[in-house]
Design a protein around this ligand. Structure first.
Ligand code: PMP
Length: 419
């Protein structure tokens, strides 16, 4: 019965990672997969996570392996939505105002960021039936799979200007303003765009927000790098908070992941938040919540418990939260350092090309990834000749660089460009 199954492509980052693991060359470098690595090239459980895990275990709570509710852990969700929208951060604001704002957001725990994207896509596909979803070109490849599975037609908007190596604001704005229709969905990377590393400026976000409002486009924020990108969770959530606070009538989704910012990749911790308009009734909010629970129950009953317990404990405790901040700073600073090191090596080598896009230009190039600007043939040569693994688009994960290999990588880039 399965003999006629269609061929399906392997997911590229995981395929590249597999090829890297099989390579026996001592100089091999993995710039493929988007995970944090130390300057020794090793995985790094966050210090705060290790401390918290121990603490949770030592409490000996006999309930720690029990089922969660279908919507997940409520305390985790309150803290997770607070991190996204900033609820309760402003100590001077009226508690009743904060409560009113909280009521506008319906949250549900998910199987990490992927699960949140998937659940949101399913919710919209079934209930709103969007004419299409506008996906940035390029994007995290899984967006295509997720929206394919949801059965929503996909269209691309030109996200990246390869000539100037920047976010293509004009192309994005023109495409959406001329072609998007009411109730179409637009995928927006909230910060640290994967794969290019190029983000809109605040002024550009404001114009995109206005456009969504005028045209009735439904924004769908993918938030996979909050705090990991700039080291400042508030700064990385700026666009979402702007949409929420300034556009009271625009309803939108946020797919939140704790994979990168807590280093909890395999634990699958995340949440889907749906921001309702300020005029939405409590009845709408509870129906939405019930619909989300229904989808989750039929798929996997509830998201996993262990990782969410860690995130909840950290976010709910000032001392641990400060330690988390220290860990975020460690990770984001190392990545920034490596961006600068690669840039400096390429400049020293006189490698043909303009490499400014590798470093943090006007804070619009941030996060783990950069489009280095190599052709597919050059990428192939990087792997064949130099055992350096990256995506064929030329996306590199900066976190695979360290003091020992950055010169080697720069020399390889220089070689494939010149020959
Ligand atoms: N969105 C984007 C843009 C990502 O880069 C990632 C991680 N690669 C995710 C979502 C989801 O990751 P996870 O499912 O591990 O949370």
């Amino acid at each position: 019965i399965f003999s006629t199954l269609p061929e399906t492509p392997l997911d590229e980052p995981f395929a590249v990672n597999g090829a890297y693991k099989q390579d026996c060359n001592a100089q091999k470098v993995n710039l493929g997969i988007g995970v944090y690595r130390t300057s020794e090239g090793a995985a790094w459980p966050l210090r705060v996570v290790e401390e918290t895990e121990k603490q949770i275990y030592e409490t000996g709570d006999v309930n720690r392996h029990e089922y969660l509710a279908i919507q997940g852990d409520q305390e985790f969700l309150t803290l997770a939505s607070g991190l996204v929208f900033g609820f309760g951060e402003d100590k001077d604001s009226e508690p009743s105002m904060t409560e009113q704002q909280r009521q506008r957001v319906v949250s549900i725990q998910t199987v990490s960021g992927t699960g949140a994207n998937r659940l949101g896509a399913e919710l919209l596909a079934r209930n709103v039936r969007p004419g299409c979803v506008w996906i940035p070109d390029p994007t995290w490849a899984n967006h295509y799979t997720i929206w394919d599975l949801a059965g929503v037609p996909k269209k691309g908007y030109p996200y990246y200007d390869a000539t100037y190596k920047t976010f293509d604001f004009e192309g994005t704005f023109r495409t959406l303003s001329t072609s998007a229709k009411a109730n179409d969905v637009v995928i927006l990377h909230a910060c640290a765009h994967n794969p290019t590393g190029a983000d809109p400026t605040q002024e550009q976000w404001k114009m995109l927000a206005q456009l969504c409002k005028e045209k009735g486009i439904i924004p769908f924020f993918d938030l996979a790098y909050q705090g990991f990108a700039s080291g400042d969770a508030k700064k990385d959530a700026w666009a979402i908070r702007y949409f929420f606070q300034e556009l009271h009538e625009v309803e939108f989704c946020v797919a939140q992941s704790f994979s990168k910012n807590f280093g909890l990749y395999g634990q699958r911790v995340g949440a889907l938040h749906v921001a309702l308009s300020s005029t939405a009734t409590n009845d709408t909010a509870s129906k939405l919540h019930a619909n989300l629970c229904h989808l989750v129950r039929g798929e996997y009953s509830m998201a996993p418990r262990g990782g969410a317990e860690i995130v909840k404990t950290v976010l709910g405790n000032e001392h641990l939260r400060n330690k988390w901040q220290e860990d975020l700073t460690t990770m984001s600073q190392r990545i920034q350092l490596m961006r600068n090191a690669l840039f400096n090596e390429l400049i020293k080598l006189g490698t043909p090309g303009d490499w400014k896009h590798v470093i943090n230009q006007a804070s619009c190039f941030i996060g783990m990834f950069t489009y280095i600007g190599l052709t597919e043939n050059q990428v192939h040569a990087m792997t064949e000749r130099h055992h350096i693994y990256l995506l064929k688009s030329g996306r590199i994960s900066i976190s695979g660089l360290n003091e020992k290999n950055v010169r080697y990588v720069a020399m390889a880039i220089d070689d494939v460009i010149r020959t």
